[in-house]
Structures are given as structure tokens and as C-alpha cells.
Write a protein that binds this ligand. Structure first.
Ligand SMILES: [Zn+2]
Length: 195
């Protein structure tokens, strides 16, 4: 049986959105894309997942942008992005690629027995060393006043979601109780009619 949906059950996506919304995407140049694909030994006309070799459908962050509900300081720029497939992206989640790729995580390349995994790992290490990217201190870039305002907005929304959930739970119970009462009285009427 399904369980009733909870408004507060959406809090981690809200948190992700709050931090993702302030992380810029730095557009790569044509040369940078060419250099990236060269390191990954990939044909630009046939982009493959860097982790498993399936058809690539997206660009994935080698180092996650958010860990434990806080930004890591890495941003969306070519040196932190590789072509990937949805399966790998889903399986990897917010993990660092190197910890995940040989892990027992569901659908990880290791679990799926990708045959040329060692070469893939080697290319990814080379890619990471192409240009060292260092995490930036978002808070110091933004300044404490603007940063605090953002944290306050985030907290307010989480609190509001909790309040809204408590209210929604009451409404859920009202609907449930009335519906059950109705079922009982209908059953009783049927019983009376049958006599
Ligand atoms: Zn993949």
C-alpha cells in the first residue's frame, strides 16, 4: 500500500536546489571541449559515458557540488565535468567518482562488470590532473551578509514545509475519517435493507 506523500519529504531536494542555484555554470570554449574529449579518448560525434562506455546523455560532476547538505565549493566547469550516462549519474549520486566507480553501489561500473574499467579509471585520473580545480569558498565570495540571508531563506522554507506538513496531516485525517464513516454507514444501510 502506498503511504501518504509528505510535504516535508521534499526537504532534501529543496536543500539541493538552494545550493545548486548559487553555483555557476562556466561555459567551456570549443578548444576546452576538444581537449577534454581528447584526454578521454572520445569521438565528439559519438559521446560515451566516461565511466561505463554507454551512450552519454549528460555531463556529470567528477567531484560532487553538494555533500551532506552543504556546497563543496566545486562548480560546474569543464574540468569537473565528464560525459556520462543516466545510469551512472543516478548510481553515483553525490559521491566522488573514484570512491564510487569500484564500489558495490547499485549499477556502479564495478557491479556491472565493465570490462575496460582500469583504462577508464586511468583516463579519468589524467582528466583530473589536466587542470587541478580547487574548491572555492562560496561564503567568502558572496560575503557574510548575503550568505546569511540565503541560509535564512533556506531555513524559513524548511520550517514552513514542516508547518505545512503538520497542517496537511490534519486534513489527511479529516478526509480519511469522513470517508471511513461513510463506508460504515453505507454498509449499515445495506444491512438494514436486506432485512
Ligand atoms: Zn555510464
Amino acid at each position: 500500500m502506498p503511504t501518504p506523500m509528505k510535504i516535508s519529504g521534499r526537504s532534501s531536494s529543496i536543500t539541493n536546489a538552494f545550493f545548486n542555484s548559487i553555483i555557476p555554470v562556466i561555459e567551456p570554449t570549443e578548444e576546452e571541449i576538444a581537449a577534454a574529449l581528447d584526454i578521454l579518448q572520445m569521438n565528439p560525434a559519438d559521446l560515451r559515458c566516461s565511466y561505463c562506455g554507454d551512450t552519454a546523455t549528460e555531463w556529470d560532476h567528477l567531484r560532487p557540488l553538494i555533500i551532506k547538505q552543504r556546497p563543496t565549493g566545486y562548480i560546474s566547469e569543464i574540468h569537473n565535468l565528464v560525459p556520462a550516462c543516466g545510469k551512472c549519474n543516478q548510481s553515483k549520486g553525490n559521491k566522488y567518482w573514484k570512491d564510487w566507480i569500484t564500489s558495490g553501489a547499485r549499477l556502479s561500473p564495478q557491479k556491472r562488470g565493465i570490462p575496460d574499467l582500469d583504462e577508464r579509471i586511468e583516463r579519468l585520473i589524467k582528466y583530473e590532473n589536466w587542470k587541478r580545480v580547487n574548491p572555492i569558498d562560496l561564503e567568502s565570495y558572496i560575503g557574510s551578509e548575503l550568505w546569511s540571508k540565503h541560509i535564512e531563506n533556506w531555513q524559513n522554507i524548511l520550517t514552513m514545509m514542516k508547518v505545512a506538513q503538520e497542517h496537511a496531516a490534519k486534513l489527511n485525517k479529516i478526509v480519511r475519517d469522513i470517508y471511513k464513516k461513510k463506508l460504515t454507514s453505507e454498509a449499515n444501510t445495506e444491512k438494514e435493507l436486506s432485512f
